[in-house]
Write a protein that binds this ligand. Structure first.
Ligand code: CMP
Ligand code: CMP
Length: 438
């Protein structure tokens, strides 16, 4: 029996972790690793569901209860989230007399890490802390400026896997009785700053007047000192952030992947996909941030500012050539797509023309023909075309005509070069004209 992609994902992640840590006692390491995975996943689900249920919102669809990984069976009142290893594990940093675990914590962690390093990586900025206290956040300073020191334990356990919340994941959801928890009218001074710094942000441009006002009043101002870990990879998502002032860097699996500054935003992925945080985010200067809570984000921004991600999510997940993209890459790609419709017999690409776009077929059928060779192939849902001219800086090598009513997602040339990431190599390998040019 073939293993599922979720199972393969999990095994691959564990494999990677073993390679990184090279443990001497693989069985103990494995027990600790999966115990921690279980804790994180179930703690995450439990916290989110409790929070939503307290507001009368059912976050997870019914099929979640059938997921063998899930313990959040709504009809079960006696779900036990506690790890079977917690109290007995001799490697547990909490099992000794110096345990500082609060009994209110849903889980205890058993990794063989020092208390100090655990404290560091488990203390990302807590957005629920008031920032009226200017010293807030200094607790979260890293003791070492080097990001790799942040992750002695496998926090990047599951960065790219989506939790099994099925098709509902990207739906804004039913928030009929939702009330904005963090609503606070902004002062004149704050409004001026917001207008200046984030008023032009693409997230806000998409909002109508009322929603813009609502979001602005739900934002919480956070001042974080340089080196604060704002988000830790692998954690559950609670807030989305907009940078008013300062710089942050993004670290995935201990490697810096990018940085951004004033006017940028981050922390949307975990809130959109109900997935663990895909990156660690660290302030590389003192920062002024605005934090938006998860429910307000989903209620207001998901259906407007991130509409394209919702629109194209199913399509991008279904296209084989894009399978190698991470959630982040897929999300950025979705932001750059546009939709076009073609009627039967309408020419989409003409042989010899200059190439401007790449196309993904959402539904319909297209015929690829050449003057000299006639019909080359017929393309369907999930297929793509228009890559040859863009990859090789050549004129269009064939004509593509819709043979049924066809809906495509188009990606412009610059997006094609920037956003396809590892998929470009697959496109090159599959280039139908490659052999004729070699
Ligand atoms: N290369 C990257 N991979 C994943 N997340 C990234 C990357 N670059 C920036 N980010 C941001 O880092 C955030 C970490 O939390 P989220 O996963 O919620 O959302 C993530 C993105 O907004
Ligand atoms: N055998 C083929 N020769 C050329 N183009 C093809 C062939 N099969 C499919 N195509 C697609 O037709 C597209 C025409 O525009 P491009 O040359 O940009 O990219 C081409 C490919 O995506």
């Amino acid at each position: 029996m073939a293993i599922t992609s979720d199972q393969k994902n999990e095994i691959d992640l564990f494999h990677k972790q073993v390679e990184i840590e090279n443990p001497s006692d693989i069985i103990q390491f494995g027990a600790n690793y999966f115990n921690r995975r279980l804790e994180l996943q179930r703690g995450f689900i439990k916290k989110q569901e409790n929070f939503a249920l307290s507001k009368g919102i059912s976050l997870f669809p019914n099929d979640m209860a059938q997921d063998p990984m899930s313990t959040t069976h709504r009809s079960s009142s006696a779900v036990n989230f506690k790890s079977p290893f917690v109290d007995q594990d001799p490697h547990s940093i909490h099992s000794g007399p110096h345990s500082n675990n609060s009994s209110s914590e849903p889980f205890k962690s058993n990794f063989n890490v020092t208390t100090e390093s655990k404290k560091r990586i488990n203390s990302p900025m807590d957005p629920s802390q008031s920032n009226d206290d200017p010293s807030a956040g200094s607790n979260f300073k890293r003791s070492s400026p080097h990001p790799s020191n942040l992750s002695p334990i496998p926090v990047h356990f599951n960065a790219e896997r989506r939790t099994s919340v099925s098709g509902e994941t990207l739906q804004p959801g039913n928030f009929d009785d939702w009330t904005p928890e963090h609503y606070k009218e902004k002062s004149e001074e704050q409004l001026k700053r917001l207008e200046k710094s984030i008023g032009k942000n693409f997230l806000f441009n998409k909002l109508d007047h009322d929603n813009k006002r609502l979001v602005i009043n739900c934002l919480e101002e956070k001042h974080v000192p340089k080196e604060t870990v704002i988000i830790k990879q692998g954690d559950q998502g609670d807030y989305f952030y907009i940078v008013e002032d300062g710089n942050v860097e993004f670290i995935v699996n201990d490697a810096k992947v990018s940085s951004s500054g004033s006017g940028s935003s981050f922390g949307e992925l975990a809130l959109m996909y109900n997935s663990p945080r895909a990156a660690t985010v660290i302030a590389t200067s003192d920062c002024i941030l605005w934090a938006l809570d998860r429910l307000t984000f989903r209620k207001i921004l998901l259906g407007s500012s991130f509409k394209k991600r919702v629109l194209y999510d199913d399509l991008l997940k279904s296209i084989p050539v894009l399978k190698s993209l991470t959630t982040y890459e897929r999300a950025k790609l979705a932001d750059a797509l546009d939709t076009k419709y073609y009627e039967p017999d309408q020419v989409i690409i003409k042989e010899g023309d200059v190439g401007e776009n790449f196309y993904l077929i959402e539904y319909g059928e297209c015929q690829v023909t050449r003057e000299d060779k006639g019909l080359l192939t017929t393309l369907h849902k999930g297929d793509y075309f228009g890559e040859v001219a863009l990859l090789n800086d050549l004129p269009r090598q064939a004509t593509v005509t819709a043979s049924k009513k066809t809906k495509v997602a188009t990606l412009g040339k610059s997006g094609f070069q920037r956003l396809l990431g590892p998929a470009v190599e697959v496109l090159k390998l599959n280039d139908p004209t490659r052999s004729s040019r070699e």
